[in-house]
Ligand binder design. Sequence first.
Ligand code: SAH
Length: 371
Amino acid sequence: MSVRLAEGSPTLGGLIDRQIAHSGPMSVAAYMQLCLGHPTLGYYRRAKAIGRTGDFITAPEISQMFGEMIGLWLALLAPQFPGQAFELAELGPGRGTLIADALRTLARTAPEAAITGPTLIEISDVLRAEQMRRLAGFTPSWIETVQDIDPEGPPLIMVANEFFDALPIHQYLKQNGQWHERLIGLRDGQRIWGLDPTPLPIHSLPASVRDAEDGAIWETALQAASVMDVLAERLKARGGVLLVIDYGYEKTATGDTFQAVAAHAYADPLDEPGQADLTAHIDFEALAAPARALGLEAFPLLTQRDFLCALGIESRTAALMHTHPTRADEFTQASNRLIGPDRMGHLFKCLCVGTSGLVPYPFATLPEPAP
Ligand code: SAH
């Protein structure tokens, strides 16, 4: 498994194995962090992962309609910042497709909207270069972490599509009535699963999972929580909203969602570190907690289907089919993939948090004017 690419240049697998041999088994979080974020060999630092020819395809890469709906979402929010610019930011913009499609739609539908940015939070140099190409004609700037978002400035509107699923998680498994952290170790040169012998104190677990059956797995995304702490502070200080779109579950629960995808197929997460995309589903209840704790509003979750349909994706599909009749099948299929209940429509959820007073349609609607 720890084959060398060339004399003197170990693979990421080789480096991980050496670290385990030296310091003992590592947490899933440490493993994920290395696999995805290692400065030179991590998954997001190198290859062009996203898209038809990459390892996985995301909603904005399926169809321009996804980014267009986000553009309409922004157009509906913009008038709520009268006379004031807002800063648009995106976390993990991938190839820049979503934000480019959204900005084009925003310019057409709300040309008066005063926006600064987009500010793009991205660790990958390869993807930054791609984003720059897509955003020719706009004025993007880049930062590496959410800490770099200015604590002062105009209200923020932030978007994160399939960003949080890439942040490391810890896993705990219940055995003989106690919860133990799952660790990755080595036996006979092979990476294997194991458990930390010291159990986790029971009060560290959310009440809703404590009493699960033996064999249950509970996941916690500590880094996602820290990112949300910072985003919530910035929103509190500057005003604005955050839209998170990702696959996940509404309430904290047990379940093993740690997975690897390479070349559009599931892979063993312990094989070939750095060569596959590693992700975990989002616990949206836990993700929203830091925002709630700061007194921000966390609107009820919407499925991706309900979000996109409320913004008019079905009429947009019909309009595109009418304008480009030879591509009608392509548009129908893309729309089905995005909103089909057995496709992305129900698995993907949309979370919106923001400062009170803002009415981000379709999470909330303005009252009807009195007759
Ligand atoms: N939103 C895009 C891409 C999703 S892939 C789309 O929908 O197509 C995840 C993105 O997050 C990539 O751009 C990746 O490089 C970036 N990313 C992953 N971990 C990150 C981190 N810790 N900080 C900043 N960006 C990160």
